[in-house]
Ligand binder design. Structure first.
Ligand code: ADP
Ligand code: ADP
Length: 230
């Protein structure tokens, strides 16, 4: 991920909001980076642009060596489906679909054959201790279980990049810790992770924390957990 001079202005009838202001950011394969800063400073906007859910107003953005600015929506959607997994604070599960169907959805979007889909859903459900929950519906699960379903759905396509927007925001500390340990595992297995958080504790799991204010990056800090002590 290579971002230069990225700005984003939201225009509504009465107001213009400069949500991002000349952001420069480089994220390399295998990085685990957290983003912190006060409410309204542009964290989610940045994550959404990186995840191809929104576009910048100005600047350049290269993802997997492709220029995103000016790319057709279809091509962006294909890149997003193939390479990016999202985890949200409110889980964003579909209440009308079972756990199985929620997890399977990205595979359907990616035209994966049904026998292969079944195999992959069952494998990831076991890995996330959801094997006995596949026929349940989201509302029948605890918050921690719902977030595990959301993580399973984000991972089912083996995305190169995982974008997490306050993934523990609605969880108690035990379930929050489980999600952080899961992200740490994924990182150890080569995933690139960008996580927005309000929690210093969660941020300490990442290699580097970026602090934002008023749409800009103020500074960054390396996190001690990753200091090589050999
Ligand atoms: P954060 O995630 O750091 O809380 P956001 O990225 O959500 O901040 O928002 C950054 C700024 O952009 C805020 O001032 C917010 O009100 C504004 N904003 C975000 N989304 C929209 C939108 N769709 N329309 C208008 N303004 C928006
Ligand atoms: P939490 O500690 O997150 O509030 P809950 O009390 O919601 O957890 O759930 C405790 C356990 O009971 C969980 O394993 C959850 O899956 C199960 N459970 C809760 N509601 C239902 C339900 N309506 N049907 C089946 N299982 C449920």
């Amino acid at each position: 991920i290579n971002i230069k001079n990225l700005s984003k202005v939201f225009r509504t009838e009465e107001v213009q909001t400069a949500a991002l202001n000349a952001i420069a950011l480089q994220i390399n394969e295998g990085d685990f980076i957290s983003v912190m800063g006060p409410s309204g400073c542009g964290k989610s906007t940045l994550l959404n642009i990186i995840g191809l859910l929104d576009s910048g107003t100005e600047g350049s953005y290269q993802l997997l060596e492709q220029e995103i600015i000016g790319m057709k929506e279809n091509d962006k959607a294909r890149l997003r489906k193939q390479h990016i997994g999202f985890i949200f604070q409110n889980f964003n599960l579909i209440d009308e679909l079972s756990v199985y169907d929620n997890i399977e959805l990205p595979l359907i979007y990616n035209n994966v054959a049904s026998a292969e889909r079944k195999k992959r859903v069952e494998t990831i459900a076991e890995r996330l201790s959801l094997g006995h929950r596949l026929k349940h519906y989201p509302q029948q699960l605890s918050g921690g279980q719902q977030q595990r379903v959301a993580v399973a759905r984000a991972l089912i396509t083996n995305p190169k990049i995982i974008l997490a927007d306050e993934p523990t925001g609605n969880l108690d500390s035990k379930n929050g810790n489980e999600v952080m340990e899961l992200l740490t595992d994924l990182h150890a297995n080569g995933a690139t992770i960008l996580m927005v958080t309000h929690s210093d504790y969660d941020a300490s799991f990442s290699q580097k924390t970026i602090y934002m204010k008023d749409g800009a990056i103020l500074n960054e800090k390396q996190n001690a957990r990753n200091v090589d002590v050999l």
